[in-house]
Structure formats: C-alpha cells, structure tokens
Design a protein around this ligand. Structure first.
Ligand SMILES: Cc1cc2nc3c(=O)[nH]c(=O)nc-3n(C[C@H](O)[C@H](O)[C@H](O)COP(=O)(O)OP(=O)(O)OC[C@H]3O[C@@H](n4cnc5c(N)ncnc54)[C@H](O)[C@@H]3O)c2cc1C
Length: 396
C-alpha cells in the first residue's frame, strides 16, 4: 500500500502545487487547450499516475482500489490541468476496453490514451437516438473481414480533436432494438468521416455533427461480440456518469493540519467581493456547501463498494446540481453586473444547463434510479420486443 508521502513525492516530480483560492478549470469551458493536458499526461505516464488502476503495461501502475482513491484524493492538492479533451479515453474508453476489449485492442489503444497522444470521442447520440439510445440507426454491414459504416451522429463532443471514435452501430435490423447493436472504433481522419462543429450557447464549439458515408473498418476494431453493443454502451455510460459524479469537485472545506477548516475553493474565490456579510447569502452558500459534503461522502461510499452501475446516475444528478448551484451563486453574487456576459462567471452559468443533458438527461437518470435502484414499475416500452425494422425509426 502506498503512503500519502510516497504519492506526494511521486506527483511533486512533475506537478505544481495548487495555489490557494485558484479554481481548477473544468469541462473545457471557454477553452480549446489541448497542450497542457497532453504535457501532463506525457509526464504522468512514466509512472502511471494519470490512470493508476490500469495495468502497468497499459499505461497505469496496477494500483489497488484503496491506493487509487488515495491518489485521487492527493491529486487535488496539485494543479492538474483540465483533462476535458482527454476524458472520453481516460474515463470511459479505457475502462470499457478492460471489460470488453481483446488483449490486442487493449495494447493497441490504452497506452496512447494514458499518455495523451490519441484523443477519443463517443459517437452514440443520433438525431432520433438520444434518451432512446437503443434506437441508433447508423448501419454497419459486414463484407468479409471488414465492415462498412453509414449514418449520422450528433453532439459528438471532442469530435474535431479526436483520432478515434467509439461508435455504436446497428448490425441487425431484424431483432429487437437492444439486441441488434455492435460497438466499433473508427478513425476520425478517415476520408469517409466528416466532422462539422456546432456552436453551443456558451460560445464553445466542443461538439459536432459527424457524417459517416461508407467508411470501411477492419473486424479487429469491433469491440465486444456481435450484437452486444448495448452491453458495451451501458459500461461506457456507467463510467461516464460515475466520472461526472466524480469525487465531489472540490466542494468540501479544507481542514488545515491542526487548524480550523477553510472555505472550499469555489466559495473562497467569491468571498472577497461577494455579498456574504448578508445572512441570506451565507445561508445560500451553506446550503450548497452542505449538499457538496453529502454528495462527496455518498460518492466515496459508492466508490468503495462497487463498480460503476446505477449508483452513477445518483452521482451524476448530484454533480449536476452542485455545478448549477455554484454557477448560480457566483453569477448572482455580481448583482446587476451578472446580467452581462463579460465576467468570469457567465460562461460557467451558461454551461450549467448542459450538465442536465450530457451523459443522459436528469429525467433519464431518475428513471434508472426509480427502476433499477428503487425497484419501481418500469415505464411502458412498446417497441422493446419487436424487430427494430418494424419500429417507428426502422420504418422511416
Ligand atoms: C454538452 C453536451 C455534450 C454531449 N456530448 C455527447 C457525446 O460526446 N457523445 C454522444 O453520443 N452524445 C453526446 N451528447 C448528447 C446527449 O447524450 C443527449 O443530448 C441526451 O442523451 C439527450 O438526448 P436528446 O438530446 O436526443 O434529447 P431527447 O432524448 O429527445 O429528450 C428530450 C427531452 O425529453 C425527455 N425524455 C426523453 N425520454 C424520456 C423518458 N423516457 N422519460 C422522461 N423524460 C424523457 C428528456 O429528458 C429531455 O428533457 C451531448 C449533449 C450535450 C448537451
């Protein structure tokens, strides 16, 4: 087992300590910075600090769950750059390859994810397959040892930076929708793949429409067995939700050794100019702070006890609320100036509604919790057991 001092000295070799009161940039908001994340991942890769739980030969250091959690906790003391650009590979594709990929696929893709040399994007959503993801219509047809892919994806975050896309496609139209899907990897620089960036309301251009017109890929890029794409997608989404719910996002107070707790970073940054002499404002801040604490403890308990699963939906719902609460408090603290867009908080505020949509909407997370955690009756699903070709989308 690693001691906290071992971890600190390992990280001090390549990371600066976080400066008090400086908030970490997250989710790539307002930034297209690829370089600082890549520099960090290259430096971290030598000793596997970025993805400690991965096997050493794949870019990690084979850390136990307990060591992994200690590393994550201590990492928060350091100025780790925003890894938004690399997050699909690090948090979703890598763990999914460990669960469903072949040894060759793990060796082909995981080291270059760990060291930041290849970026991945997640090509799941389509114009009529978002919440109803099993309705995916992108077609994959087998031709000898190759597959031909045709169709359209949308909301593909990081599509314009990615080397690889993780693409969910329909390989059988004559079975119920969940059973006819297969997962593939596709090269984004294939001439048959066209990426068209879309502008978000916060001004970011992080996601894209992707048109795939007759792209040919080898069968060795199929991830999982034929027809098991839904299971693979569920693994990806569980990791996405668990990582979105993460570790509490710096919301907790920092207790100095032997001293009194100090305000969490997001609040400390607001204190000098904010209206916190007012008891109503202090109450708002404390409500958000208390929720942060409860979320952080709940996430730690979930992380200690199991693999990502439906509990990730609860973590994602809590993280969405935390992000929104902090963004709203920060913007409101500016008073009337908060209505302008030339301040540091408006970007985060304009990003906050997207948290309720990306990775599955709040309503869908509540459906999952209701059905799979609380055991409530499932909502009616009329197309669940008929061949996809006879469902509405299949008939179009
Ligand atoms: C910033 C951002 C980044 C994204 N990045 C990616 C990405 O990288 N890759 C990717 O594949 N996708 C990505 N998405 C897409 C995202 O996963 C979908 O937008 C989301 O799943 C919702 O699908 P939809 O937009 O088609 O909405 P719809 O499914 O059409 O939903 C519309 C509304 O109906 C509600 N609704 C739908 N079905 C139900 C139901 N059964 N019960 C209750 N309410 C329901 C929804 O909650 C929502 O409010 C991203 C989205 C955003 C905003």
């Amino acid at each position: 087992m690693l001691s906290d001092d071992d971890i600190r000295s390992g990280m001090e070799a390549f990371l600066e300590r976080r400066k008090p009161g400086v908030r970490a940039a997250t989710m790539g908001v307002g930034s297209d910075d690829l370089e600082s994340g890549r520099r960090y991942l290259q430096a971290a890769a030598a000793d596997g600090w970025a993805v400690p739980s991965w096997p050493a030969e794949l870019g990690g250091r084979g850390a136990s769950g307990e060591d992994g959690r200690a590393i994550k906790r201590i990492q928060r003391e350091f100025a780790v750059p925003d890894l938004y650009v690399y997050a699909v590979g690090l948090a979703m594709v890598g763990p999914t390859l460990l669960a469903h990929g072949t040894t060759e696929q793990q060796r082909q893709w995981m080291p270059s994810i760990a060291n930041g040399s290849e970026i991945w994007c997640q090509m799941f959503s389509e114009p009529e397959a978002g919440s109803d993801l099993a309705n995916v219509a992108m077609k994959a047809e087998r031709d000898g040892d190759e597959w031909t892919l045709d169709g359209q994806k949308v909301w593909t975050s990081r599509g314009m930076w990615a080397t690889w896309g993780l693409v969910l496609a329909r390989t059988d139209t004559e079975v119920p929708k969940h059973n006819g899907l297969t997962m593939f990897a596709i090269r984004m620089d294939d001439p048959a793949v066209e990426v068209r960036p879309l502008v978000q309301m916060n001004g970011d251009k992080h996601f894209s429409e992707v048109f795939v017109s007759g792209a040919r890929i080898p069968d060795s890029w199929r991830i999982g067995e034929l027809g098991t794409g839904w299971n693979v997608a569920v693994t990806v989404l569980a990791h996405e939700r668990a990582s979105a719910g993460g570790g509490g996002g710096g919301g907790g107070a920092k207790k100095q050794r032997g001293g009194a707790p100090t305000a969490p970073t997001w609040l400390a940054a607001l204190l000098p100019d904010g209206p916190f002499d007012d008891p109503i404002w202090r109450q708002r801040a404390m409500n958000a702070y208390a929720f942060d604490q409860a979320a952080s403890w709940t996430n730690s308990r979930a992380a200690a006890s199991r693999q990502p699963g439906p509990a990730g939906s609860g973590a994602k719902l809590r993280a969405t609320r935390q992000y929104r609460d902090r963004a709203t408090i920060a913007l409101d603290s500016l008073g009337p100036d908060g209505m302008l867009t030339d301040n540091e908080h408006s970007m985060t505020y304009l990003t906050s509604p997207s948290m309720s949509i990306r990775g599955g909407t709040d309503e869908i997370q509540r459906n999952i919790l209701g059905e799979r955690v609380l055991g409530m009756p499932a909502e009616p699903r009329v197309d669940r057991d008929i061949p996809w070709s006879r469902s509405r989308k299949g008939l179009l």
